[in-house]
Ligand binder design. Sequence first.
Ligand code: NAD
Length: 254
Amino acid sequence: MSMDGFKLDGKVALVTGAAQGIGRAISIALADAGATVVVSDIAAKSSAVDAVCVEITAAGGTASACELDVTATSRLAAVFDGVVADSGRLDILVNNAGILVRKPALEITEEDWDRVFSVNLRGLFFCAQAAAKHMVARGDGRIINIASQRALSASAGNAPYIASKAAVAGLTRALALDWISSGITVNAVGPGPVDTPLLADASPEMDLDIVRRSPAGRRLQPEEIAGAVVYLASPAAAAVNGHLLLVDAGWTIA
Ligand code: NAD
């Protein structure tokens, strides 16, 4: 196979939660690989989304901003229809939006539980469904869900988050089979601890623990996660389906 199989020229990709952190890095990498990128996030992040678009455009790529709250499920169809109307197609969805509630399990409220699951699992599923409706019609598509290495491991004080990420890995396998005859692949990426605002509230003790327990001895950078997403979005990964690709610098195996 030629290296053209790793290029995304002519493809249209939408990334959720893309104003900062891993989603921002994924958007920049997809654009660098040739895709037109729809950079989406909640309304409160619109200026950061615009900044990501400016950065992509300045580097010679193509990007547009989109307001998309993955929990506003009744509006998802209209948002995805709008993207297809504006960009002509949708080839790649990266379900990146995710939140964390850090609390001991005895203190988790129903509201905490529902908030985490409404973004990390429910919102992810309905974005996948809204995107797949367009992809099925074209007989082609790539859906990449950002799970976590916590889909396969655990830490104290993160019960809803860890449960939601394990569920994302299971949902990834389920959707891969649901849509297998439609030319759509559904895969997940499982990052280890990454230096983003999500971990900004980590205590110095938690930071030390991350560094001590990680074989790499450090947090990862968002850019280190993006390559796996570009690969799974590319023609080169056509035979990879339902997979959880860990990008954790060896954390899970250590
Ligand atoms: P982050 O907090 O820096 O960024 C998350 C983005 O999601 C934010 O821009 C936020 O506005 C957006 N978001 C939140 N709620 C949303 C909603 N309802 N609709 C749309 N967007 C919404 O976090 P990050 O570290 O960049 O995390 C990105 C993904 O990677 C998440 O799914 C996270 O669980 C996963 N992840 C992160 C790490 C890590 O160590 N940082 C490790 C493994 C997995």
